[in-house]
Design a protein around this ligand. Sequence first.
Ligand code: NAD
Length: 470
Amino acid sequence: MSDSYKVLIGGQWVDGANGAFDVKNPATFETVAKCANASSDQLEEAVVAANEAFKSWQYTSHEERKKMLNAAIDEIQEKRDEIAALIVAEQGKPFPLAIGEVEGGIAWARYAASQDIPVQIIEDSEKKRIEAHRKPLGVVASITPWNWPFMIAVWHILPALRAGNAVISKPSSLTPLSTVKLVEILNNHLPDGVISIVTGERGMGSGITGSAGIHKIVFTGSTPTGQSVMRNSADNLKRLTLELGGNDAAIVMPSSNVEQIAPAIFATSFLNMGQTCGALKRLYVHESIYDEMCAALSEIAKQQVVGNGMDEGVNFGPVQNADQLNLVADLVEDAKARGASILSGGEKMAGVGHFYPPTIVANIENDAPLVQEEQFGPALPVIKFSDKEEAIAMANSVDVGLCGSAWSADIEEAQAIASRLECGTAFVNTHAEIQPNVPFGGCKMSGFGVEFAEEGLLEFTSIQVMHINK
Ligand code: NAD
């Protein structure tokens, strides 16, 4: 395939029936590439082709599937730098972080490719044997967001294929290019129709939820869109994994060593310019170390080099799109109007590019929108507390629950606090560490279902129990 970014249907690359749309670089506003604008008829063609491919793909042996997927992963490894440059161009993150995204994708892909699918023996007595088998579901649609476009696509697609499903990928139209590249590589090693991709400016998501030929949707994105996916998937009872928004809290207890933990807190809050589902987004600090923590964080913020992710020395890129930039800017303006102190940043940067410097907001009340809403960008509110119970209540006062953390020199104390946080993953003296062999998912309005590990793989299967009368 050339760099024309077509759609892949039944193993064939074709132009979008509705023409093409521009993918823009958030640092320069230049057009990176044109991408196919598919029609709903083309989506249905992909669904038909995927169902046809599934008929034989589901019966390929585990060894064959592992071999094909590993061959594709070898090709990803060879093209690592090319993919990373594409991620910087469409998403904005600095090149070293984009390399990390591809390397992370490779690590997750290798893990998924090597996973075994267990047969559970429930009973094996003289007269009967009962086994629980796992079968693929059919056609899985993967709908992905714009923040980690390549890695999240890997998280969805690789385990779905490993389990024996055919997959249709639908990336965000803001960042489709690195996902097209991933699909191109996978398609080089898989039978026609086992992997497809449809890109489009609008209508693709609702087409997927409405299609009777799609059996599961794995969705990562915002809570409102996830709710819409759930509502619209009822007709054929699609299975769903919903990885939705978060608003992660961290509670820092008085015994913490501020100098030691401030760099880790900054790194996890501003990972990918804060555009990370499991980034630390609300920091509750005990009053005895509050000023020291605010000073340490704003000092680190001022040292960041903001700019185009391809430029040497830049470690802080743009926000990916204008809507997100305006959301962050508006939340910070509102905080200022409420009397909060801006210790670093706090204004959009002039000139070309969606740039917003890392912003530390102090002396802010818990009910401010910057605290209560997911800012998903480079602005961190730091809230003062005097009592542990009050801090836990504030941490649990939002309707989402992805990750949370407690920080203290006393690990037992921190663990006791972390265990009371309403979230899918709780951390002690760290935040947002993920790995392929550990299940990850949210509670409350952050969604349901998990990714990674055996639990994540099994979400792409249904159970078939077999009773054998001996
Ligand atoms: P979004 O919800 O706007 O879009 C996500 C995807 O859904 C895109 O591909 C979009 O085109 C598609 N879509 C839009 N309307 C649809 C519809 N009606 N039906 C089906 N699909 C539709 O999210 P975003 O702005 O791209 O991403 C940011 C959000 O994603 C944040 O809230 C963030 O917390 C969340 N997120 C969560 C996780 C997690 O693991 N929990 C990871 C990354 C991002």
